[in-house]
Design a protein around this ligand. Structure first.
Ligand SMILES: *[C@@H]1O[C@H](CO)[C@@H](O)[C@H](O)[C@H]1NC(C)=O
Ligand SMILES: *[C@@H]1O[C@H](CO)[C@@H](O)[C@H](O)[C@H]1NC(C)=O
Ligand SMILES: CC(=O)N[C@H]1CO[C@H](CO)[C@@H](O)[C@@H]1O
Ligand SMILES: [Cu+2]
Length: 185
């Protein structure tokens, strides 16, 4: 179909305007994140268990046909200290339990964490920046379900989340709790 030139010009103008407004979209050095469609076992369950002293509950990750279904079910987040962020970090939580040692966000496409994630273009966000993509939480409880098409439970994928740390941050960005995603079923 042939579009009238005036429409094309209008579309180009709008696209320029839109891209100027969406300057938080940052394509990683390895490109935008690709959707994951090769998880080996659909329904495979991984879980991070939070046993206090501050945060109690679980973050569950289930391999779906596209990406991963996450369920966050935790308590203990003092609403006065939010809003809370939650991420998949690059490394597992060590024996010491020190959340600093989980490293930065899982950022397989090498985007970096500034500027912040534009949730309207989640493929341009760091894979691990789940709260950037799915929203900050006020606490004291988080009960939240979402599908992240860019998270993987296939170890050959860039977005692989297995055996990595899930970290909650309070409003100040301090890491208040962390636990490692482990395969449970
Ligand atoms: C993932 O979540 C969707 C709903 O968004 C659901 O239909 C699907 O069954 C879930 N996948 C698995 C493997 O549980
Ligand atoms: C946690 O690890 C970081 C860096 O590895 C270190 O600077 C910090 O002192 C550790 N914190 C505790 C409580 O051990
Ligand atoms: C073209 C496009 O996707 N524009 C988006 C820019 O960002 C704003 C706000 O984040 C969205 O509402 C637009 O849809
Ligand atoms: Cu984090």
């Amino acid at each position: 179909m042939q579009l009238p030139t005036s429409l094309l010009l209008l579309a180009t103008g709008l696209a320029t305007l839109a891209s100027a407004q969406n300057d938080t979209r940052v394509t990683g050095k390895l490109g935008d994140a690709r959707q994951v469609r090769n998880n080996p076992v659909i329904g495979e369950v991984w879980q991070a268990k939070f046993n206090g002293p501050v945060v109690f509950g679980t973050v569950t990750a289930v391999a779906h046909s596209v990406g991963v279904n996450y369920t966050i079910d935790v308590t203990g987040l003092d609403a006065a200290r939010g809003p809370y962020k939650y991420h998949v970090h690059a490394r597992a939580v060590p024996e010491s339990g020190n959340c600093t040692d989980t490293g930065g966000h899982l950022d397989s496409y090498l985007r970096g964490d500034t500027p912040p994630c534009d949730s309207t273009a989640p493929q341009t966000c760091e894979i691990g920046d789940l709260s950037g993509k799915f929203g900050l939480e006020k606490g004291p409880v988080i009960n939240k379900f979402f599908n992240d098409p860019y998270s993987a439970l296939n170890i050959i994928n860039l977005g692989y989340i297995g055996d990595r740390g899930i970290v909650f941050h309070e409003g100040s960005s301090a890491r208040i709790a962390c636990a490692t995603l482990k395969k449970v079923a």
